[in-house]
Write a protein that binds this ligand. Structure first.
Ligand code: AMP
Length: 113
């Protein structure tokens, strides 16, 4: 059987982490190594390794991930000040966990990219 991702281990409570949002398809946690005062990961329960592995069937799920990020940004009161949403894919983007996750980053003025 394929190795579990760290996010599956968190979901299965094999690793301790505070789940700050959960529904039937998605959960969210604070990043363990934040790059800004707010750094949340929004993660589908379904393991999809990279954005390259998405199919048409995942279109609604991806939309839900973005809407969840928007709602979390509002609940953390950074919706008006601003935030960044990003997906890292593969080596050049330095993806380290091969179970897709949307980064929600904010709470400070971010550097230009
Ligand atoms: P990426 O580099 O896009 O694959 O992002 C993976 C993210 O997962 C990194 O920002 C890590 O800091 C974060 N991360 C790794 N392990 C954990 C963990 N146990 N709890 C929370 N975040 C984690």
């Amino acid at each position: 059987m394929e190795e579990k991702s760290i996010f599956e281990m968190i979901l299965n409570k094999e690793i301790d982490s505070e789940i700050i949002y959960e529904d039937d398809e998605i959960f969210a946690i604070h990043d363990i190594n934040p790059v800004a005062p707010i750094h949340v990961l929004i993660i589908p329960k379904k393991k999809i390794k990279t954005i390259n592995d998405l199919t048409q069937d995942d279109a609604v799920l991806i939309g839900k991930l973005v809407l969840t990020a928007k709602n979390i940004a509002k609940s953390l009161r950074i919706d008006e000040s601003g935030y960044r949403l990003l997906w890292n894919t593969n080596k050049d983007a330095m993806q380290t966990v091969f179970h897709i996750h949307l980064h929600l980053i904010g709470g400070t003025m971010l550097k230009e990219i």
